[in-house]
Write a protein that binds this ligand. Structure first.
Ligand code: UDP
Length: 254
């Protein structure tokens, strides 16, 4: 890693310069943080599993026509991605009430929402990622109205796809967070899915037992976070032991 120039270090990932212009190497750490960095810890093996899960999901999303920054996985902890300009908005989709929505609106965790709800949060550690509306996003120039339209359309497709993917392996997709970037190619710019999709930014509950298979195990000191991430990878058929060619595909639950 020292051979490469570090471009950015986030809470769970590090970005290095890629081998070609317009590419970056995304390195997945085992570090876990919650509550805007107030809680810090390590989930052993998380980086390896998230690298795999995100590779798997981004590849499938690419197959159904969702543009992503993902190019290919390089090794256990690194993947090659396209360099994009990150839109400074966290996009959260919710299918079932949980977390901050439950706290904010007093809706019991686990309540099915009447429809999928999209929320936007401005990416700012100093401000604790405040929730914002489309009005704020366009007024302050964080994204244009057209970009928001593209982001919403992509997010709804991602939600539909992921809901079905996880349902097929006995997991309820409660909510998740995605980030998008601007990919500049020649004179063209388009919005693509960026960052990662993994149990770090999804709420995943076992369909039968409601057992949490995501970062809430770390946030809420429940223990068994590493095992939960491993279980998600196992059900997806992408345990880190096997190479990418050995991927079985998801295990269907009856
Ligand atoms: N989330 C995330 N990063 C954040 C905040 C939220 O990945 O900085 C994800 C979180 O894992 C969950 C969803 O977005 O799947 C909704 O989170 P929520 O707003 O309920 O916040 P939390 O309760 O996690 O603080």
């Amino acid at each position: 890693m020292s051979r490469r120039k570090q471009v950015y270090e986030g809470k769970a990932k590090v970005l290095y310069e890629g081998p070609e212009p317009g590419t970056l190497v995304q390195y997945f750490k085992d570090d876990a943080t919650a509550f805007n960095n107030q809680k810090k810890g390590v989930i052993t093996g998380k980086g390896v599993i998230n690298n795999r899960i995100s590779e798997y999901i981004m590849t499938l999303l690419g197959d159904i026509g969702v543009p992503t920054h993902f190019l290919r996985r390089l090794n256990m902890r690194e993947q090659l991605i396209k360099e994009v300009e990150i839109v400074p908005i966290e996009v959260v989709v919710r299918n079932v009430a949980a977390g901050s929505l439950s706290t904010r609106l007093g809706i019991a965790e686990g309540t099915n929402l009447p429809r999928s709800i999209i929320e936007f949060f401005y990416k700012s550690d100093e401000l604790n990622d405040p929730m914002v509306s489309e009005e704020h996003i366009t007024a302050f120039g964080w994204a244009t109205a057209q970009e928001i339209d593209d982001i919403i359309a992509l997010t709804l497709r991602i939600n539909d796809f992921l809901t079905g993917l996880f349902l097929g392996i006995g997991i309820r997709l409660i909510d998740f967070k995605v980030e998008f970037g601007r990919l500049y190619q020649n004179d063209d710019m388009r919005i693509v899915l960026a960052d990662e999709i993994s149990p770090d930014n999804c709420r995943l509950w076992d369909i039968r037992t409601n057992e949490k298979l995501d970062k809430d195990r770390f946030r809420r000191d429940m223990g068994g976070a590493a095992e939960a991430y491993h279980e998600v990878a196992r059900r997806l058929g992408i345990l880190p032991e096997g190479g990418p060619r050995d991927m079985k595909g998801p295990e269907v639950m009856q």
